[in-house]
Design a protein around this ligand. Structure first.
Ligand code: FAD
Length: 450
């Protein structure tokens, strides 16, 4: 039996981060079943044709050059008592410390017809190739279920390829976990301009077809039918992007503590079993704001968690404060991002909130290429603490979103945010007289002082 000091189950961003940090310091193995680790974020752009499929593959050298062994197999089960990982290829490996980083897979709702040919989730290289092959044949219709960032990016990519796309969501607006409805209204029109028909307030209840999916049935009774001139010709596909479920079935029936959204860990990424840690999409995340479980499985959470675990295994004593939910995407000509809680989510989590808005241009208004930019700020009425922010703009927003995430991370109040010291320049901002963050903060302060 091969012996390792550290074994990581999973070769995604979490596993790669850990091998880079620990591969040369410990005898370490990373177990991964796929031929390639993937840049998942880029998959929609491969479908669109902006990049080749190969560009979404990560090099094995990321793990191998870091000094770790890369084992191409799947962990079938773990014997925690004897510290053994049993692999699908029949091998068994022993560990001193085990890190579970097995990620998550698309959630497929248990509705009639979900197993029909022509229905898929969207995550792996196989999903990517499957969709491309369908588009190369007779498929000219797609239904994307779920208008979160993955669904939105995929729907746009399919529409770009000339496919007739319907995007369905239970919420009445697009990106419901990132933007409150009033900020996403324009995006909905932009989706229509880009050839995506958004159907909100609708739940897919059934998929029908003989040999493959032919009809998508919604709770309203509305049915999308994939028309075909020739009987037996498949013309439509259905892709679910309604969330991710932790990939932890191989750990069931063990003493490992698991909750609804994944493996339970503390702020050191320790599980309830000594010398067993878990990071990334396979764990139940906690919000850094209210320390309650939070949805939103993102690489920008998996990597920082893995870094903290890596530092601790190197002898430091760091703690993970939780995830602050910074995220961004693009809808047609709009760049958008959000951080912390939206107004809706903050209310659902029990906060009494107050909101402020601001609208500026991305450059001095006198500049010819200026674009509009709007922001919404969400603040806790009781403590004045900043809870969340959303920005929709004609230019990239990640810099601003990261600044606002930092403000939330540091428990800043709206009064502190209003005192932000900022830069201004004709090509890069509104006039020095106003800043998008300060304006929204000042509006809230005025409301609070009324
Ligand atoms: C289309 C798409 C777009 C995305 N866009 C963004 C984005 O723009 N920004 C962002 O921050 N995040 C984005 N994400 C989310 C991001 O990809 C994930 O949060 C991230 O990959 C999680 O990393 P991870 O290492 O925890 O898990 P994963 O990347 O899922 O890796 C888990 C690995 O474990 C392996 N594994 C599973 N079970 C076993 C087993 N039993 N034995 C051995 N290995 C196993 C898997 O095969 C996989 O290799 C996107 C995801 C998708 C699907």
């Amino acid at each position: 039996m091969k012996e390792y000091e550290i074994i990581v189950i999973g070769g995604g961003p979490a596993g790669i981060t850990l091998s880079k940090m620990l591969g040369k310091k410990f005898k370490m193995a990373v177990i991964r079943p796929e031929n390639h680790s993937m840049i998942y974020c880029a998959l929609p752009y491969a479908i669109e044709g902006l990049i080749t499929n190969e560009k979404t593959f990560k090099e094995d050298s990321l793990v191998l050059d870091a000094g770790a062994d890369l084992i191409r197999s799947k962990a079938q089960n773990v014997d925690f008592e004897n510290k053994v990982v049993n692999l699908e290829n029949g091998e068994s490996l022993t560990y001193e410390k085990l890190i579970i980083a097995s990620g998550a897979t698309p959630f497929m709702p248990p509705i009639p017809g979900i197993d029909l040919e022509g229905v898929t989730g969207f995550k792996t290289a196989d999903d990517l190739i499957w969709i491309e092959e369908k588009l190369d044949k007779d498929v000219n219709n797609a239904v994307v279920v779920g208008a979160g960032a993955i669904g939105i990016e995929l729907a746009q990519a399919l529409a770009f390829k000339g496919i007739n796309v319907n995007l369905i969501d239970m919420a009445g607006s697009v990106l419901p976990n990132m933007l409150d409805a009033e900020l996403s209204e324009e995006l909905r029109f932009e989706m229509t301009n880009k050839g995506v028909n958004f159907i909100g307030n609708a739940r897919v209840t059934e998929l029908r077809g003989e040999n493959f999916v032919e009809e998508v049935v919604m709770d309203s009774g509305k049915i999308i039918k994939f028309q075909s001139e020739e009987k037996g010709k498949q013309t439509g596909i259905v892709i679910f992007a309604v969330g991710m479920k932790p990939e932890i079935d191989f750990l069931k029936n063990t003493t490992l503590e698991i909750d609804k959204q994944g493996i339970v860990i503390n702020d050191k990424m320790e599980t309830n079993i000594p010398n067993v840690y878990a990071v990334g999409d396979c764990v139940q995340f906690y919000s850094g704001i209210d320390h309650k479980p939070l949805l939103g499985k993102l690489a920008t959470n998996a990597v920082p968690m893995s870094k903290i675990l890596g530092f601790n295994l190197l002898g430091q004593n760091r703690s993970y404060k939780g995830f602050f939910n910074g995220a961004a995407t693009k809808v047609g000509k709009y760049y958008l991002g959000s951080t912390g809680f939206t107004e809706k989510i903050a209310k659902e989590r029990g906060f009494d909130i107050i909101c402020g808005y601001s609208k500026v241009t991305t450059k001095f208004p006198i500049m010819p290429t200026k674009k509009n930019k709007q922001m919404k700020l969400v603040v806790d009425r009781k403590t004045h603490r900043v809870l969340g922010a959303q920005i929709v703009s004609g230019e990239p927003v990640i810099g601003r979103i990261d600044l606002l995430t930092y403000a939330i991370q540091k428990d800043s109040t709206v009064e502190e945010l209003a005192e932000l010291s900022y830069a201004s320049q004709p090509h890069q901002s509104f006039y020095p007289a106003a800043n998008v963050v300060v304006l929204a903060s000042e509006e809230i302060i005025k409301k609070l002082n009324k």
